[in-house]
Ligand binder design. Structure first.
Ligand SMILES: Cc1cc2nc3c(=O)[nH]c(=O)nc-3n(C[C@H](O)[C@H](O)[C@H](O)COP(=O)(O)O)c2cc1C
Length: 249
């Protein structure tokens, strides 16, 4: 079973594409995470967890959900991480998580997609985002092929920088940067309340029709979902792959 969490649509897109290519069931974890639903899930096929990369690891809300939720039936588990540039040494932490869950870790596959961390990086031109998405299609297919064949994902080289980023930098990054202090709504807000529904941490409430954060915990970028992000990285990642859209083939 493919389980995904997605802030702005990249991971949702990758999960659904892998689902189509492998014929596996696809489950959006949004409601389970938001509602703190840790009831067991059962699957006969291997598990595939698809998430964005937050500070060179999987998002903490996803790892917390995984720690608490029994995944039964099949003990094999893959991770697919969409990212703006690098997943660092995320695999080492996922391997430990699998040890704790007594599951068989089959690897972690990075897929570079448009950057969505608007708190630090500028939004790219749509053409640049299109190029990144076109380069991501064959990488998504590669991940799907490995899953279909039951193969482990290839091991990734891990540099000292990767280890530092996923370790101490991750520890510092969360309290310093992953919070909702900058969340604001302009005069254009029509008080529809959609942001209240879409926040995965139930972090937004309406006060006299105006959205405000209930507690400081999360960047506003986590609130928009469903489409691949049209934001690309200021960290350049190029892949010389032909531009095509498999969904139109
Ligand atoms: C809080 C936060 C931290 C991020 N940290 C990283 C990172 O360490 N490395 C990286 O390559 N991309 C990072 N990104 C970018 C996202 O991982 C990337 O855009 C991902 O594809 C977004 O997926 P989504 O659209 O499914 O939410 C970060 C984004 C956010 C919001």
């Amino acid at each position: 079973m493919i389980c995904y969490f997605s802030g702005t649509g990249n991971s949702a897109f990758a999960a659904q594409r892998i689902g189509r290519l492998t014929g596996m069931e696809v489950l959006d974890l949004f409601e389970r995470i938001r509602d703190q639903d840790y009831s067991p899930l059962q699957a006969s096929q291997p598990w595939v967890i698809v998430t964005p990369t937050y500070a060179w690891r999987i998002p903490r809300i996803v790892s917390e959900w995984l720690e608490k939720t029994p995944l039964t039936g099949n003990s094999k588990i893959y991770f697919v991480m969409t990212c703006g540039g690098s997943i660092g040494n995320a695999g080492a932490y996922l391997e430990k998580l699998c040890e704790r869950k007594k599951m068989d870790y089959l690897g972690c596959f990075p897929i570079v997609m448009p950057e969505n961390y608007i708190a630090m990086f500028s939004t790219p031109a749509p053409e640049e985002a299109e190029k990144q998405l076109a380069a991501a299609y064959p990488v998504i297919e590669q991940a799907a092929q490995s899953i279909k064949k039951g193969e482990c994902f290839p091991e990734l080289p891990r540099t000292i920088k990767d280890k530092l980023n996923s370790g101490i930098v991750n520890d510092l990054f969360y309290p310093m940067f992953v919070h909702a202090k900058k969340f604001t709504a302009t005069e254009a807000c029509v008080s529809c309340g959609q942001c209240v529904q879409e926040c995965p941490l139930k972090n937004i409430k309406l006060e006299a029709g105006h959205p405000v954060t209930a507690r400081i915990a999360w960047p506003a970028s986590a609130a928009v979902r469903w489409r691949p992000s049209n934001m690309a990285s200021t960290r350049k990642v190029c892949r010389a792959t032909p531009v095509r859209n498999p969904d139109k083939e």
